[in-house]
Unconditional design. Structure first.
Length: 281
């Protein structure tokens, strides 16, 4: 897997966006403890920072990032991706900083949904990098779909990890928030699995010289294991949440690790398929 840094960046960046949006919805709908939510929002940018560092290592030399920025004038997809990261990161960090120092609650009410929308824009900007006419296995709406579903499934679980760590501070809202996040992740998980099945069927019927599943002999097994892990991780957490075990921290940690592994495998498969298709064309 030669694109490991990009696998880590795309998955963690999308998970961070999903986590921010999940926390934003919890904040707007449930109005939980201020300090609990502030610490949780800070964790979003720890996750995003880890992903960003992985992307810089892919460039070989960090200063190449500035060369990418110079491509903005030409509408470079990579440059637009960095702009998307800056918009989401800037709006989200500003909101989190204003929470931390209790600055202008009236402004924060408007800044939160703006940052959430910028997160979606950022994910679509990442997908835009890969929807290339020269790469038939990526040049499909399934690319954007998979990236959005990573945020929609992994984000709520990441949010639940932070909230379960602070159950006492959440009070009576802990169980409600945990169950809401679990149900939403399960719903998006079903959508993700249905879409992924359609993607695999589409990929197998793609008109290229070499079947991607045949070039990389382990690829189909990886896809199947990925599906199994995704189902197992979500069900594990959903059962715990519906039983009211919102204080069971090991469960949500295990679920997050399982689903994260599933998403990393799915993204590795995504990159390996490019290599397969490219070598056969």
């Amino acid at each position: 897997m030669s694109q490991l840094s990009l696998v880590i960046f795309t998955v963690l960046a999308q998970a961070a966006v999903g986590m921010f949006i999940a926390l934003g919805l919890v904040e707007m709908l449930l109005k939980p403890n201020e300090k609990v939510m502030t610490r949780s929002f800070i964790a979003v940018f720890v996750l995003l920072g880890i992903g960003a560092m992985a992307s810089v290592t892919h460039l070989g030399q960090p200063f190449r990032m500035f060369n990418v920025m110079f491509g903005l004038a030409h509408g470079s997809a990579l440059s637009l991706e960095i702009v998307g990261l800056s918009l989401f990161g800037g709006a989200g960090a500003a909101y989190t900083g204003m929470r931390l120092f209790d600055i202008r609650p009236d402004v924060r009410k408007f800044l939160l949904p703006i940052a959430m929308v910028m997160g979606v824009v950022f994910i679509l900007a990442i997908a835009n990098v890969y929807t290339l006419a020269t790469v038939p296995t990526w040049n499909t709406p399934f690319t954007s779909f998979q990236f959005l579903m990573t945020a929609a499934v992994l984000g709520p679980i990441a949010a639940a990890v932070m909230l379960r760590l602070q159950t006492k501070g959440m009070g009576e809202l802990a169980a409600k928030a945990d169950k809401t996040l679990a149900v939403s992740a399960a719903a998006f998980g079903i959508i993700a699995l249905m879409g992924y099945a359609a993607y695999l069927v589409w990929l197998g019927q793609l008109n290229v010289h070499v079947n991607p599943f045949e070039v990389v002999d382990y690829s189909f097994r990886v896809a199947l294991i990925r599906v199994g892990l995704l189902m197992a991780g979500i069900i594990f957490w959903l059962v715990s949440a519906t039983k009211g075990s919102h204080g069971a921290k090991p469960v949500v940690f295990a679920s997050f690790a399982i689903v994260l592994a599933s998403e990393l495998m799915g993204r590795a498969f995504f990159y390996d398929v490019f290599i397969s298709a490219g070598s056969g064309m």
